[in-house]
Write a protein that binds this ligand. Sequence first.
Ligand SMILES: *Cc1c(COP(=O)(O)O)cnc(C)c1O
Ligand code: SF4
Length: 392
Amino acid sequence: MSNNTVVIEKSQNETMTAARASRRPLDYQQIALYKDVNPLDWEDWRWQLKNRISAKEELSQIIKLTKEEEEGIKKASGRLSMAITPYWASLIDPEDANCPLRRQAVPVISESVVSPHEMTDPCAEDRDSPAPHLVHRYPDRVLLLATEHCAMYCRHCTRRRLVGDHRESNSPAKFDAAVEYIKSDRKIRDVLISGGDPFILEDEEIENLIKKIRAISHVEFLRIGTRLPVTLPQRITENLANMLKKYSPIWVSIHFNHPKEITKHCKIACEMLADAGVPLGSQTVLLKGINDRPYIMKKLMQELLQVRVRPYYIYQCDPVRGTQHFRTPVAAGINIMEKLRGHTSGYAVPTYVIDGPGGGGKIPVGPNYILSQAKGKYVLRNYKGKIYTYLE
Ligand SMILES: *Cc1c(COP(=O)(O)O)cnc(C)c1O
Ligand code: SF4
């Protein structure tokens, strides 16, 4: 399907929504602000980007803003700015301030509260940076921050110190030093291109970067982290998919937080990538009031399998400044893992991790299934709590 011929669905299958049916009709043309938009424009990612919502006045034409949101939007300018694609805005419940898509996109005043233990760079990425745009924490792999821009700025973003549209440094970043560093260390066999969102770059820019990394003989594994199939699915074009296919294998990790994000458009985007032979994984941030109930998380994971995305990680929300209102107790995450493992397909069970504050890297946490361990004897419990002994 070409990017220009996506059929506008008059009604979407709403059974996928988890918590409650959205009051928002999923047809954007029913939103006054967008009723005259040409469907071809709507399907054009550049139109979507150009028409992102960044002002209170625009947003208030689509949703009924609360006092907390109005204040939050005012405070957010100059920091992690507000930017919402019309596509995402069309999915927001205009009446419900707790709508999971709304809370991820619309700043609230709580963001300006900095709580104890919160940090600007909780994962100490800047400290582990041997070259500009590069983080080298693990022995055999590096993280390359390809851009500071995203289609939409998530209010829970861990890299809020870096990303945001207020930094208009749109001159293409220079990766020469980063590439030289990767070249110089033969132990690096895995490069993760992230950001910001790498897919916000032009196809040619992405391709140039991929080419440079592919040219390094010891790099055998290349992956890209993105949220665009969720926040701007129109960006996944035939052209992009075909380009990625040329450099196969390239793995793609997609940031998904709620079943409502898996719309018809999102499904098409995932399908195009999967059809191009791109293995897809998911990354999910555990967010209070958004996906911290086991049945919502289970639904998300199961629906990801339906669109050929293999659940990869659930992250405990990092202690980044101004995100207290999103953070759950760790027990909430452990409880979710307890309710997944054994209760549903193993493929639907990701790994729950805490990124060790201060640069510890991802540390898996989860229910304990080993009750006791003595010489040659393990006492285990299964997902139902029944006890079994394994003799070595
Ligand atoms: C998450 C991360 C990686 C990749 O870790 P995997 O567990 O291999 O997915 C690499 N470098 C940094 C700095 C990271 O945060
Ligand atoms: S897409 Fe990722 S990098 Fe961009 S704002 Fe959201 S969480 Fe941050």
